[in-house]
Design a protein around this ligand. Structure first.
Ligand SMILES: Cc1cc2nc3c(=O)[nH]c(=O)nc-3n(C[C@H](O)[C@H](O)[C@H](O)COP(=O)(O)O)c2cc1C
Length: 194
């Protein structure tokens, strides 16, 4: 059993699996922010590495993929979902990973980091809030979003102007830690009733 002083386990979910995707650049920035904190133990689940069929059929392929990913989601105390915006929402591969699971999300907090064109992925974030509410997960209020994300990073994948996003990430992660601590304690005291 985890104690209240154990580092919180935060699983980052990289939500884009598009060929030629930009997601790993934003993920690199996010992981730097997370690894700079001693209150968090970080795991990364990349949708591009999870070979789950969209039919929700428990095939051998699905079973093999779930054997890897499901325990990692189950162990998490909190999630940071990194998503681009595709046609005013989030990518199909990310929805597929979410839909294959249920209890792994319950009574846990989710922070959202988004990127895209002009809207910075904010519409994807709002759609994810609805999805995670259905799954009894709590999305934290503050997000980090990158509009015209490709232009925000240099050729080495460094943010050209990091002050704003770094400060926003701290606010978001502090909220995530508060919720993760509160909900971990609550789950240990009594099973979630929902
Ligand atoms: C199919 C598709 C649809 C997109 N739709 C939007 C959109 O509705 N709004 C937006 O701001 N950007 C949109 N974009 C731009 C992406 O958010 C942007 O290219 C982002 O870098 C994609 O993430 P990825 O490279 O990690 O896949 C779209 C891109 C693709 C491929």
């Amino acid at each position: 059993m985890k104690t209240a002083t154990d580092a919180l386990r935060v699983t980052v979910i990289v939500g884009s699996n598009r060929h030629g995707r930009f997601g790993p650049v934003v993920a690199g920035w996010l992981l730097d922010r997370l690894r700079g904190r001693d209150d968090l133990a970080v795991d990364v689940v990349d949708v591009a590495d999870i070979d789950l069929p969209t039919t929700l059929e428990p095939t051998a392929r699905a079973t093999a993929a779930l054997a890897d990913v499901t325990p990692r989601l189950a162990r998490a105390d909190a999630f940071v979902v990194l998503t681009p915006e595709y046609n005013h929402s989030f990518p199909a591969g990310l929805k597929n990973l979410i839909d294959w699971h249920f209890g792994e999300w319950r009574a846990k907090p989710v922070a959202l980091v988004t990127y895209g064109g002009l809207a910075g992925g904010l519409r994807a974030a709002e759609h994810l809030r609805q999805v995670f509410a259905e799954l009894h997960a709590v999305t934290v209020r503050d997000t980090v979003s990158f509009h015209n994300a490709g232009a925000s990073f240099d050729d080495e994948g460094r943010l050209k102007d990091p002050a704003g996003p770094d400060a926003a990430a701290k606010v978001m992660l502090d909220q995530l830690v508060w919720w993760a601590t509160a909900l971990r304690e609550a789950r240990q005291r009594r099973p979630y009733a929902g």
